[in-house]
Design a binder for this molecule. Sequence first.
Ligand code: KIV
Ligand code: ZN
Length: 508
Amino acid sequence: MGNRVYIFDTTLRDGEQSPGASLTIDEKLIVARQLERLGVDVIEAGFPISSEGDFKAVNMIAKEIKDSIVCGLSRALPKDIDVCWEAVKEAENPRIHTFIATSNIHMQKKLQKKPDEVIEKAVKAVKRAKRYCSDVEFSLEDATRTDYDFMCRVVRETIRAGATVINIPDTVGYAIPKEFANRIKYLFDNVAELDEVILSVHCHDDLGNAVSNSLIAVEMGARQVECCVNGIGERAGNAALEEVVMNLVTRKDYFGLEVGINTKEIYRTSRMVSELTGIEVQRNKAIVGKNAFAHESGIHQHGVISSKETYEIMKPEDIGWEGENLVIGKHSGRHAIKLILEKEGYRVSKEQLDMITKHVKALADKQKTIEKVDLLAIANDVIGRLSENQARMKLKEFNVVSGSGVTPTASVRLQIGDEEKIGSGIGVGPVDALSNAILSIIGSDITLEEYNLKSVTGGANALAKVTVKVRDREGNVVSATGVDEDIMKASASAIIEGLNKIFSYGKG
Ligand code: KIV
Ligand code: ZN
């Protein structure tokens, strides 16, 4: 077993399964490029059979990414594996990742299959994947609630069938570090075939143990860790990539292991994922939270001023945090904007750059000083938008009346295809009235699930960023943003973008 730990990023697959985190194909491509820059070893780009949009995104990422392995997920079903291969086959380094549940509870209640049938399906799936691709990963879903000896049997058989990576997921975030360590040790002690392959772990954070479980597994010999930027993912999320990596890097004296990550890209990647998914990073989040390097108490400040090592075990520069410099003025042109965006990992189309520049200049004309965060908020907003022909609905005008002693009232005029429609509504406040006016046109199948307003830089003249989550009758949830110096305009634009996204959901 070598001393290199492979970082398998599943932000675009498991991370995207966070409610409302769905990303457009363009957004996924932007994140994938940034993950490549960050130096992740594997990008799990999606679950190709799950929708046309996911297939396209995985396929586009496979065609473009050169330095990381591009992996697609598939159940242990022939059709899933075939479609997964179609999606990843053009990658420089493709991987098929197939899985089946192995715990009694999943086999009985979900699959309604006997253990022997599950093994047979797993082996067949790996063999089928292997016909296409030399790099095949097999996961035992709900491994941490799987009988120890059955787990060993599945691992042995799937390695014999050709799996090159075996993944032990803590699917429901149930494991306790010491117990998880024992499970990994048991595997190494009982499955000699593991010496020929990479053992991987994939930990969820339901009990808050995802990072600790991943690290203890590494201590026991696991050499691939599956994780997500900012720890996003199903329910409480997955192990946070930045935490796993910075533990291994900062405490190299303890672990003695190597990773291939360029840690200076961590902050940028975190911010990009947060902006594009609409999932905020909590202020006190380890490594990438706003407060991670802020020292509040006098004693700490005094110590840090005398010598940084007194209270800082990492430097902000280690993760690429450079401060939020003032970057754009009234006279900065497209070229300057393009360069800043490229440095931040954004490659934008000509049309997107035009829109971003137009918005930045309009803002600069109003005497607003424009900081990097403003520019990125505008860029993320533009990139996150559906293209002109995908967006079914456009805002023509709106009007909101609000004040003390009046019932907040709004009217809107929307262009929907060739038709123009007018709606009106009242509400408990102006945003509620505006949202009711828009929804009065759309009908009751759609609900506004969440509304969040944030000032991008702070201050009364700051840009407002509105993030909404919109749900349809089938329970699909999408998130969308609107950025503007006018709160109501940002709100209208976010709600309409959310509606456009939900109407095109799954269509790619
Ligand atoms: O949590 C899990 O078990 C998974 C598998 C599909 C790897 O995400
Ligand atoms: Zn998972």
